[in-house]
Design a protein around this ligand. Sequence first.
Ligand code: BMA
Length: 390
Amino acid sequence: MLFRIFQRYVKCFAGIIPLMLLCFSCHIDQHNTQATPADSVIVTALDAPADPQLTKEAKALWVNLKRIKGHGILFGHQDATIVGIDWFGDDNRSDVKEVTGSFPAVYGWEISGAGANSNIDSIPFSLLMRRMTEAFNRGGINTVTWHLNNPVTGGTAWDTYPAVKELLPDSSKSTHYKKNLQEIAGFFNSLKAENGALIPVIFRPFHENNGNWFWWGKGHCTPEEYIRLWRYTVSYLRDTLHVHNLLYTYSTDLFENPGQYLERYPGDEWVDILGCENYWDFQSGSTISNGISQLRMLVEMADARKKLAALTECGFDGIPVKNWWTQYLLTPIREDSLARNISYLMVWRNANRKHYYAPFSGQKSAPDFVLFEQDTFTLFEKDLGNIYEE
Ligand code: BMA
């Protein structure tokens, strides 16, 4: 037991001290115009996010993620503090915390249904807001997806009737879509901490855009229509509805080359983080190198644009492989000189015993997940300093 505690402290300090030193040197070097190539972290930290009026806290999050880049990868879990195996809505609970002793650093949430009482997964918005506030208060990071129902048919996000072109300004459903945007703007603008600060959110709308399973996906809108929808969404939220606590993540599913990845990319002034979602390649030893090669391309594309990169969704449903965390996920990413520069990776939710992505007490990969957490390269909530202060 003592050894475990000792290990935990070593991990904690090993994580924090370099970050503190780095932050300190960033602060000093911001005034040094003679930045050398080795100062690339500092150079990128001076670039502008998509929203020039970003709140102080959201801007700090963006800057600090750039500072952390290459020094560690934040671990995230969808719905982490709302639902777990055999529990729902309990206070101060997370399967990840029960196994490792720490909450994840990143929390994924879903806001389809904004304006109604509950989201698509029957999570009351009042509970969601409480959990997002608690995560922020502890120093964790909130990220949000939006599986918006098909606004034309009223079907789910998986109803692939080609709706995109009907949502754009001057189209038949533009008023309806504006209402959808007003609903999520209301949600984002009401996420307030006790001191009145708006809680920053990493927003990832219209994700997996090169897959064909959502109405905004490939085959259901042209790249031009997707790009128009994206830009309209950002500008309406930001410039008309005055939402200023969002970092925007563009994300695809698996891709083969940068051209494919960027086919629907709306442009550097509309995006803060380049994401990709890849469940499949990290599930088998024979395909991990494909997954790494995509992360390498992702980091290169992000670096060239002074953006952040993230593996915005990954995981193995039911985690049937005992050493999956360290051998299939962490080691290949950490050992690759480019892939290791992603800011975070996030696994999907623990919905029930048939659909889960994080271990819980007694699950076969739990001991390996403890090793994953103890590795100095993974960052959980307790390893973060104050990410909301520059
Ligand atoms: C999917 C599944 C669904 C869920 C949806 C949105 O991947 O987990 O059960 O409704 O995400 O959270």
